[in-house]
Design a protein around this ligand. Structure first.
Ligand SMILES: NC(=O)c1ccc[n+]([C@@H]2O[C@H](COP(=O)([O-])OP(=O)(O)OC[C@H]3O[C@@H](n4cnc5c(N)ncnc54)[C@H](OP(=O)(O)O)[C@@H]3O)[C@@H](O)[C@H]2O)c1
Length: 343
């Protein structure tokens, strides 16, 4: 991308959970933004937001929204990405897409900057860079330091995913159900964002079921892990669970490595890896939790222990803010790579 003093940025889906986080992160990281164009649906036309002391108004996402835009950050869902990303590219913008629309396209890079940054510059053929699924991003931040010590053969993952992973509607649903419960002392019945009540419940179902019995969310972990690590031999089997937590996904990981990796080696590797913090002091009750990882950039890893049931097995636990590392932060980091301002 041509070097400029400031870049015109559009956020498609600016009013949503990820879009709002993107605005905050662009400001926090002092990304050199010229114009910031906020785009959303008809419902949001005219809504006002403040960015770096400027008052901005939301306009409609449409084909002609991207004139003079350098970077278009998409967070308006797969349907909108499929419909409008090409128009953004034709207008001269590079698209960083948060949806699943393009992730598995072999000509489109799927990037976590700490893990496979060179992919951004190698394959920008279609003018689109894809951001991974939020659970995949948090999981890989924990796995990659260990993968660098020894290849990982197989991973068994169980996720504990926050309601904000389902967007602003998911947050509102947990809030209203908890309020209803505490005020009326009865179980709320109405559900919109989730297939069942989420307050005081766990739902082992995220995204739609496939004929394999796995959900799409579970298969994304397998497929996207392989693409990001560039390793078609790694196996990932997952159970993804929605939990009544507002923010930050956590994942329990059981893995088998090719060579033995000791707990100490794993801890050292995690300590040294950018974007990851080790919190592994169970004696003093220190382990990663969503209340601590929320609104943080790093993913937190702990509960590292040898799995005594297999030859080269490790168990660990990661908690990371999926609105940040699983979406908005990762997208802005990709934008930084695109403009050459490496993180
Ligand atoms: N939430 C996460 O943790 C997370 C993590 C990784 C990836 N993602 C992905 O990021 C995307 C956004 O997720 P989110 O959680 O931010 O969802 P969200 O809170 O529901 O926000 C959706 C955004 O899309 C806009 N939108 C919806 N329909 C539209 C239309 N027809 N035309 C224009 N804009 C439209 C909404 O605008 P209005 O306000 O006007 O309706 C809103 O700005 C999704 O693809 C999601 O899979 C989310």
């Amino acid at each position: 991308m041509e070097r400029k003093k400031a870049y015109n940025v559009a956020i498609a889906g600016a009013t949503g959970a990820v879009g709002q986080e993107m605005m905050q992160i662009l400001e926090e990281r002092k990304f050199s933004v010229g114009e910031l164009r906020l785009l959303a649906s008809e419902r949001s036309i005219g809504k006002k937001y403040s960015f770096c002391g400027r008052d901005l108004t939301v306009s409609l996402l449409e084909k002609d929204s991207f004139c003079d835009i350098d970077i278009a950050l998409f967070s308006a869902g797969s349907e909108r990405s499929r419909k409008y990303a090409d128009f953004a590219v034709k207008s001269g913008a590079v698209v960083v897409d948060n949806s699943s629309a393009f992730r598995m396209d072999p000509e489109i890079p799927l990037v976590i900057p700490e893990i496979n940054a060179p992919a951004v510059t190698l394959h920008t053929k279609k003018g689109i860079v894809a951001n991974p699924n939020c659970t995949t991003a948090v999981t890989l931040m924990a796995l990659k330091p260990i993968y660098d010590v020894s290849k990982i053969r197989r991973v068994v993952a169980t996720s504990f995913q926050a309601v904000s992973g389902a967007g602003a509607g998911g947050i509102a649903e947990l809030e209203s159900q908890v309020r209803e419960w505490s005020e009326l002392k009865e179980a709320p019945q109405e559900t919109n964002a989730f297939p069942h009540r989420i307050a005081f419940n766990l739902i082992p179902h995220i995204d739609s079921f496939t004929e394999t019995g796995y959900t799409k969310e579970e298969l994304k972990l397998h497929n996207e892990t392989r693409k990001i690590l560039g390793d078609d031999s790694i196996l990932v089997t997952a159970t993804t669970v929605r939990v009544p937590v507002f923010r930050s996904h956590s994942v329990s990981l059981n893995l088998e490595t090719e060579k033995k990796v000791t707990v100490e080696e794993a801890r050292e590797a995690i300590k040294d890896f950018p974007g990851v913090s080790l919190v592994d002091d169970p004696e003093n009750l220190n382990y990663p939790m969503p209340v601590d990882s929320s609104e943080k950039d790093d993913c937190f890893v702990g509960r590292i222990r040898e799995d005594y049931t297999v030859k080269n097995g490790l168990c660990l636990w990661v908690s990371g803010d999926q609105l940040r590392k699983g979406a908005a932060l990762n997208a802005v980091q990709i934008a930084e790579l695109l403009v050459g301002n490496h993180v």
